[in-house]
Design a protein around this ligand. Structure first.
Ligand code: NAP
Length: 273
């Protein structure tokens, strides 16, 4: 039981397809005690059965990260119900639809601001506001994607947000490192979730990644969950500021593998099947 005695809060479970749910499950399986959050009343009802399954008890709290008062209230609730915490999972992102398709040059200023606030600044704010209740060897984990490093069709505004998020991880890691707190990200391969459904042509992206990754597959929330659990546990006590890829190896590919037909002609064409 790698996480026995550890307590933490997981933000970003929308349903059982969420990456955060995979991480929560892996942490519970290894003995951790977890609290989870929901965005608004509509999601509270949806999350109640998941909270029961994860044995959260009453530790199901509201937290819309765009509302500073809800982050402070979360700290108070956690302090009351759990005392100190040992880990935080930030699995939250948002970009308005107009930031996830079309020409990047047309990105509206308002969409840029919202996306940065929810997907990036919230990590800084959560780290700062929950710091007083974090134990001295705590671990913070967030979720990124390859589209923050290289161009990926339609990822547009979220790609810029993920680039900012990855640097936020590094600056936070240096800053909080002096308090013994580690900060890491998992860059997950594409997974069909609610958030992913907002990205135009996502199903093609999924097929492309599965076909061209070294492991010839896409990753699951269980695989990301287990890697996330490792980064939250003491097994990774020497790791901070890291962007850890859990993507079936897709990020190492410079170009798709080339096959040759019987005449020695390269066959790289792929129609998505
Ligand atoms: P998801 O299940 O839809 O989770 C996204 C979560 O963000 C939801 O729980 C959503 O809450 C929450 N959220 C949005 N705005 C919020 C706000 N203002 N305050 C609090 N919570 C808010 O999708 P997911 O794919 O698991 O996404 C989790 C993270 O993984 C995101 O950072 C995403 O960019 C990243 N990621 C995803 C993939 C992928 O292919 N799926 C790959 C790499 C990285 P509601 O649902 O209640 O709105």
């Amino acid at each position: 039981m790698v996480m026995k005695g550890k307590k933490g809060v997981i933000l970003g479970i929308a349903n059982k397809k969420s990456i955060a749910y995979g991480i929560a499950k892996a942490c519970r399986e290894q003995g951790a005690e977890v609290a989870i959050t929901f965005l608004n009343e509509r999601f509270e009802k949806k999350l109640a059965p998941i909270a029961t399954e994860l044995e959260c008890g009453t530790r199901l709290y509201p937290c819309d990260v765009s509302k500073p008062e809800e982050i402070s209230a979360l700290r108070e609730s956690l302090a009351r119900d759990m005392g100190e915490i040992d880990f935080i999972v930030h699995s939250i992102a948002f970009a308005p639809k107009e930031g996830l398709s079309g020409r990047f040059v047309d990105t509206p200023k308002s969409a840029f601001g919202i996306s940065m606030e929810i997907s990036v600044y919230s990590l800084i704010e959560i780290a700062r506001e929950l710091r007083p209740i974090m134990s001295d060897s705590s671990s913070i984990l967030t979720l990124s994607y390859y589209g923050g490093v290289k161009y990926v069709p339609n990822y547009n505004l979220m790609g810029v947000a993920k680039a900012a998020l990855e640097m936020t991880v590094k600056y936070l890691a240096e800053d909080l490192g002096r308090d013994g707190i580690r900060v890491n990200a998992i860059s997950a391969g594409p997974i069909k979730t609610l958030a992913a459904a907002g990205i135009s042509d996502f199903s093609f992206l999924l097929k492309w990644n599965g076909h061209h990754s070294p492991l010839k597959s896409n990753v699951t929330i269980d695989q990301v969950g287990n890697s996330g659990m490792y980064l939250l546990s003491d097994l990774s006590s020497g790791v901070t500021g890291e962007i850890h890829y859990v993507d079936a190896g897709y990020n190492i590919m410079g170009m798709p593998a080339v096959n040759f037909d019987e005449n020695g002609k390269p066959t790289i064409a792929w129609n998505g099947e």
